[in-house]
Write a protein that binds this ligand. Sequence first.
Ligand code: NAD
Length: 237
Amino acid sequence: YPSLSGRTALVTGAAGGIGQAICQRLAGQGVTLYAGDLKQVSIPTLDGLISLELDVTSTEDWAAAAERIRADGRVLDILVNNAGIYAPASLENETGDGFRRLTDINQFGVFWGMKSAAPLMPEGGAIVNLSSIGGMVGYNGTFGYAASKWAVRGMTRSAARELAPRRIRVNSICPGVIDTPMFYENDPAQLATFRETVPLGNLGKPEDIANAVAFLASDEAGYITGTDLLVDGGMLA
Ligand code: NAD
């Protein structure tokens, strides 16, 4: 694996299934980690992670996170906007409150994240935003979620252009169905149905996404910006 030693990263939603795997992967490559989530983050197998109580919808929390990184005398090299919620509902059944909550966390969370972190990247850097296959095509029953994840891809492209002169690369990852609490807590039956639609024959693992994050964050992806990386076992092939 390429060395990311000496770099500093902030990962949101770090206590979740994919977030924990991203933290493990980056820490394994020598990255200093700020791990943000609604509650204190502790990953049993990982020492030295700096936990931040960071609600991605809160501008106060983002300001406090930036202040903490500055006070620690660090600049940021990597931001992973991973926090998100999945709350399935059709157009017919989606409520205004439900749609707003998805937008607030999945879309505004990424907006506030990029806006807060870019000033902390004076030496350039890499931003990776978690979109979804639901942000690439339409599905029945995930109306608000899909809207928020399409928005992530749009923001990724605009930010990539705007931040390119400062050598900050911005890309998104579009996971297929990954075996995390996000899915099986919602609907185990749906999970089994999804498995049948994966050409590679198995659901994704959080580590599959962490590998993609590590690549996009590394110098080996130095000429890649404004793109979306599908990690879906061929679901959209
Ligand atoms: P998860 O539910 O396991 O973890 C999500 C984490 O985000 C949780 O720890 C939760 O506390 C945190 N979070 C929720 N609201 C927050 C807020 N306002 N501020 C800060 N943190 C908050 O989900 P996951 O599967 O690990 O998903 C991670 C990302 O990957 C999400 O953006 C999700 O949309 C995306 N994704 C997941 C899948 C999948 O199949 N699991 C597929 C496509 C995309």
